[in-house]
Design a protein around this ligand. Structure first.
Ligand code: CTP
Ligand code: MG
Length: 227
């Protein structure tokens, strides 16, 4: 049994609206993808990861190879996130009892201990995701007005890593469906998915405001590896 990792980095980052693919956008001068890879550095993990694959947009392959610098294999991504994960998973050639995690390059502040916990939960249960407890009061809105206040008890924002036994992820991805994460593909098949609560630092950089927050976090950390 091995621990394997796909870093999904093939998105273009439309909502961020830069020329560069989002994973190449620098945070304090270091590409977002590099921060994500550093979080999974072997010496930080309780159990090392055997193989890492990064999915990249075709047009920027060389730049991705330069950043990855031997720490991972780079494979072309797909049009949708699920297609990219399918491509990454295929490249890993995982066996049924390997545990395969998928992590968004757009979540650079994952900590190795959190990733270890998600891997361990998936080893124990077959499928587990990192998730962030919702702290806001949640309103359902239609036509500019509140329709309902949704009780936040038991509400989480799905994050990454999301880890699965090889046979489980193979089945989930084979459905051919597109999802904004992998756990929804499991839910569709009735496969139970465990939840590992993680820090709000694991937020996904999506908009310019998120980028400003990420820069501020790194500035506040002054010289430490991660905030
Ligand atoms: N991703 C991917 N392949 C795609 C689309 C997304 O590998 N075809 C990856 C992104 O690189 C990112 C993660 O999935 O690390 C989460 O997606 P998201 O935050 O939506 O990134 P983008 O799709 O790049 O951004 P946007 O939706 O704003 O275009
Ligand atoms: Mg997207």
């Amino acid at each position: 049994m091995r621990r394997l990792l796909v870093i999904a980095a093939a998105g273009s980052g439309l909502r961020l609206g830069r020329e560069l693919p989002k994973a190449l956008v620098p945070l304090r001068g270091v590409p977002m993808l590099d921060w994500a890879l550093r979080a999974f550095a072997q010496h930080l993990l309780a159990i090392p990861i055997d193989l890492v694959v990064v999915t990249a947009p075709q047009a920027h392959r060389a730049e991705f190879e330069r950043i990855v610098a031997g720490r991972a294999r780079v494979v072309p991504g797909g049009v949708t996130r699920s297609d990219s994960v399918r491509a990454g998973f295929a490249a890993l050639e995982a066996s049924d009892d390997d545990v395969v995690a998928v992590h968004d390059a757009a979540r650079p502040f994952i900590r190795a201990q959190e990733a270890d916990a998600v891997f361990a939960a998936a080893e124990a249960t077959g499928a587990a995701i990192a998730a962030i407890p919702i702290v806001d009061t949640i309103k359902r809105v239609a036509e500019g007005r509140i329709v309902q206040t949704v009780d936040r008890e038991g509400l989480y924002g799905a994050a990454t890593p999301q880890a699965f036994r090889g046979d489980v992820l193979r089945r989930a991805l084979a459905s051919g469906r597109d999802g904004t994460d992998e756990s929804v593909l499991c839910e569709d098949l009735g496969i139970p998915v465990a939840v590992v609560p993680v820090s709000r630092r694991v937020f996904k950089i999506t908009t310019e405001a998120d980028l400003e927050l990420a820069e501020a976090m790194l500035l506040a950390a002054r010289g430490r590896r991660m905030p």
